[in-house]
Design a protein around this ligand. Structure first.
Ligand SMILES: Nc1ncnc2c1ncn2[C@@H]1O[C@H](COP(=O)(O)OP(=O)(O)OP(=O)(O)O)[C@@H](O)[C@H]1O
Ligand SMILES: [Zn+2]
Ligand SMILES: [Zn+2]
Length: 804
């Protein structure tokens, strides 16, 4: 008897292990690791889904095993690699195994969907396939499909004679579209055309269209109408005259809006070719090394990525490239597609679940060899990976905020080891963790110190907003920034204006002296808690009243700080009435494709000034941008997080790097109330190394990453007293295993301590080496998730990206 070990879809601690089921004889070859099955669970008749993790010959269990009720997939949806990875992931992130398995699959497989079987191209006339489909284009796989039939389907799938389409139920009808085609060849159409009357303009146009596009038929009717301006009646007339016919076609849903031109590899600069050859050596020798490319803005890192991807493809391997957020980096996606065309699959949150599924299948079937995508693309079902790349590796968005709280960099490291391939991390402003690892030799450093064609780095000026000349102006632009905007407009060049929104309005600053209220214990800024009307520290829980005079200079100009993008847009319109301004923030980018549209417009010179939040800071490459203005550099500096300086440095360096990337010189103006802060001064010099040394020193002093590991544990309950009580219980539990070298902070209420009617408290553990901590946390998780303690949720976050 064969036995399947199944992880069932019940996310609780008690079910967080494989359960054994008997595999019915008829399903012997079909139930393999990686397929999903339906099984009975518990007493009663409850049926649930589960993943087969392992198939064994016998069971250690002495009782009678329940049989598998039904197999959901006729082909594994997860590979052996993914199953292995899920064990590691669950352990690393303190998550349920089932959550990890599900995270690896496209959404559509979690929603309510239907499965259709169709003939694979070229197998339409195969006798077995015909027997299965019985003259239908599709057959649906349902609950009633017999085990025998499933076995047959699984076999055909293994032979690649059929394809399986997952269709979300309400999208099922989008699977077929109407198209036109013709039985005539080009000569016959020309012949018919010569018989037309010369005033049959529309028909003449249509015949010409059919001749020119003959190779591309069938073409969707809607496309013909939209793109070529040929109307439906025109098509109908031609149908009556037997020139063309309408048919139904199945349509692969390709992501819209991406039609880049084909590009060829340029001649590399010395630094680029050095980098490429170092990495390619590792690809050739199948080494799982991690490289950190520290390359100044505009040094041509992208080209390095592209050429290493080329190498992997040339060796018949695949490549995985992660970018922070696809919608923000349309230029990057275009460059990859421009080089590798159809071999590229793009995975991002903007895709409909059907589109996402299509891309996923193209990868799974081996048609797509290069995957570009945001965080979750790190689970792309690529086989035989030759290189993995993480661009802008310092970005916080690589860490998932919800369970499983994984960092794409860690998953990528795991996969690189599995595939024995190099992992390339790139940034102009590496995260401190990564740069520190390079220091220790864990990562191999690759430096790119020059911009392409020796273009100089931009000239940066810091404007001290405390200065009377600047504080006297009515709006938010200093005289220097105003003058420079005028100059850019006169020269018909372009400017980028950044309004730093992060942390905006939650902290208090003195407009006279730049003073920011900080925690006496933790050296992070205090945050305003609206419901309490008090200032609070997120780390240790210290609180104090909101000050009305500046403790530093006694000025009354202390208060909440911040202006909105809309307000700045208004000021720009008033002061520069002839300038065309594009605004990019959460409000203007709600619609799908809005980011790309704004960026394209700016690239086409349909605007002079691009005003925006953090969104505009990274990756953009426009040759005519000669000025970058930062309205308020201080807001990130004041977020109550030990990464505040790092984030500020990164943001300012990245946004400055948008200026002067081509032949025209770049100029940057940074307005700040903290002109002497090292993060701002170093960013102005685009000097990562100096910043790194200073910041490392401070992290060492205060005991933070990368000198210490950090684990954040949050507890929530509907009753505040219960939440607090539980946090103290948790603290005691942790104290019992921690050595004196570790630090325990909290419990303290989180920023919005009451979300969805629950109270949240958090505890932070900072440690260097705690061999018993991991096990203890697993125990705590198991205890708190037990039935008796219902109502509590506890979340454990390894190396949190931000603490709020
Ligand atoms: N070898 C080359 N020859 C000519 N132009 C190049 C070469 N390599 C890159 N470029 C061009 O130089 C510009 C900057 O390159 P790229 O955008 O790759 O820089 P980057 O290092 O990724 O910068 P950032 O970190 O600021 O995004 C691009 O317009 C790119 O097309
Ligand atoms: Zn504190
Ligand atoms: Zn002051």
């Amino acid at each position: 008897m064969s036995v399947a070990a199944v992880i069932v879809d019940v996310p609780t601690m008690q079910t967080n292990r494989p359960f054994e089921y008997e595999i019915p004889e008829a399903l012997n070859d079909v139930v393999v690791p990686g397929v999903r099955v339906e099984v009975g669970f518990g007493r009663g008749k409850r049926k649930i889904q589960g993943f087969v993790m392992e198939v064994k010959d016998s069971s250690d269990f002495s009782g009678k095993l329940k049989p598998i009720i039904r197999v959901i997939d006729v082909k594994p949806v997860l590979s052996k690699e993914m199953i292995d990875l899920s064990y590691w992931l669950a352990d690393r992130t303190y998550s349920f195994q089932i959550s990890c398995l599900q995270t690896m699959l496209p959404n559509v497989m979690r929603a309510k969907y239907k499965q259709f079987i169709e003939a694979a191209p070229g197998f339409e006339d195969d006798s077995q396939v015909q027997a299965l489909l019985q003259n239908h284009l599709f057959v649906e796989l349902t609950n009633d499909t017999t085990d025998e039939k499933i076995k047959e389907i699984a076999q055909l799938k293994r032979q690649n004679k059929i394809n399986i389409e997952y269709v979300v139920e309400n999208q099922a009808n989008s699977l077929t579209r109407q198209a036109i085609t013709t039985d005539l060849n080009v000569n016959e159409i020309s012949e018919k055309k010569s018989q037309l009357r010369s005033n049959a303009k529309a028909q003449l146009k249509l015949y010409d269209f059919l001749i020119v596009h003959h190779d591309e038929l069938p073409i969707e009717s809607s496309e013909i109408e939209k793109k070529f301006n040929i109307t439906r009646p025109t098509l109908k007339t031609a149908e009556k005259n037997n020139i063309l016919k309408f048919i139904e076609i199945t349509k692969r849903r390709t992501p819209v809006g991406i039609h880049p031109e084909q590009t060829n590899a340029p001649v590399l600069t010395d630094e680029q070719s050095q980098a490429v050859s170092t990495i390619n050596d590792s690809i050739d020798n199948h080494q799982d090394k991690t490289f950190l490319i520290e390359g100044v803005t505009g040094s041509g890192k992208t080209e390095v990525y592209l050429q290493t991807i080329s190498r992997a493809i040339a060796q018949d391997e695949t490549a995985l490239m992660l970018v922070p957020e696809i919608s923000l980096t349309p230029q990057m996606v275009n460059r990859v597609i421009g080089r590798f065309g159809n071999q590229v699959a793009v995975l991002h949150s903007g895709l409909s679940s059907g589109e996402r599924y299509d891309e996923w299948t193209r990868i799974e079937d081996g048609v797509a060899k290069v995957v570009v995508g945001a965080r979750s693309a790190v689970f792309a079902p690529l086989k035989n990976i030759g290189v993995i790349i993480i661009d802008e590796e310092h970005e916080g968005s690589y860490k998932q905020d919800d369970n499983p709280r994984y960092h794409a960099r860690d998953v990528a490291t795991w996969r690189a080891k599995f595939h024995k391939c190099p992992l390339v991390l790139g940034s102009a402003t590496p995260s401190l963790e990564s740069r520190a690892r390079a220091e220790k030799g864990v990562y191999q450093m690759i430096n790119m110190t020059k911009r392409i064609n020796d273009h100089p780095l931009p000239h940066v000026q810091i404007v001290d907003m405390r200065n009377s000349e600047n504080s006297a102006v009515k709006g938010d632009f200093s005289p220097l920034l105003q003058d420079n905007l005028w100059r850019v407009l006169k020269r018909k060049e372009q400017a980028i204006v950044l309004l730093n929104r992060r942390g905006y309005s939650s902290f208090i600053m003195c407009r006279e002296c730049g003073f920011v209220l900080k925690c006496p214990n933790c050296d992070v800024s205090l945050t305003y808690h609206k419901n309490l009307g008090r200032m609070k520290c997120h780390y240790c829980g210290h609180e104090e009243p909101v000050p009305h005079v500046c403790p530093n200079c006694k000025s009354k100009k202390i208060g909440f700080y911040g202006t909105g993008t809309e307000n700045i847009e208004k000021q720009l319109n008033e002061q520069f009435p002839d300038a065309r301004v594009l605004r990019m923030d959460v409000d203007t980018t709600r619609k799908k494709g809005a980011h790309a549209a704004i960026i394209e417009k700016f690239g086409n010179h349909e605007a002079d000034i691009l005003l925006g939040t953090q969104m505009i800071a990274k990756g953009l490459d426009f040759p005519d941008v000669t000025l970058v203005g930062v309205v308020n550099a201080d807001t990130t500096l004041s977020i109550s997080d030990y990464r505040a300086s790092e984030r500020t440095f990164q943001l300012l360096t990245q946004v400055s790097g948008r200026a002067g990337r081509a032949d025209k010189e770049g100029h940057v103006i940074i307005q700040t109330y903290n002109p002497d802060h090292y993060a701002i001064k170093d960013a102005a010099k685009q000097d990562y190394e100096t910043f790194f040394k200073q910041e490392m020193y401070l992290r060492h002093q205060s005991g933070y990453t990368p000198y210490y590991f950090t684990t954040l544990i949050s507890v929530s309950h509907q009753d505040e007293g219960q939440a607090l009580k539980q946090s103290y219980w948790l603290k005691k539990q942790l104290q019992s295993v921690l050595s004196d070298n570790s630090v325990l902070l909290g419990p303290s209420p989180t920023m919005i301590s009451r979300k969805q009617n629950k109270y949240f408290y958090q505890i932070i553990v900072k440690y260097k080496q705690e061999p018993n901590l991991h096990q203890k946390l697993l125990e705590i998780l198991s205890d708190t998730q037990a039935e008796t303690k219902k109502g509590f949720t506890i979340a454990i976050d390894n190396e949190p990206q931000h603490i709020d």
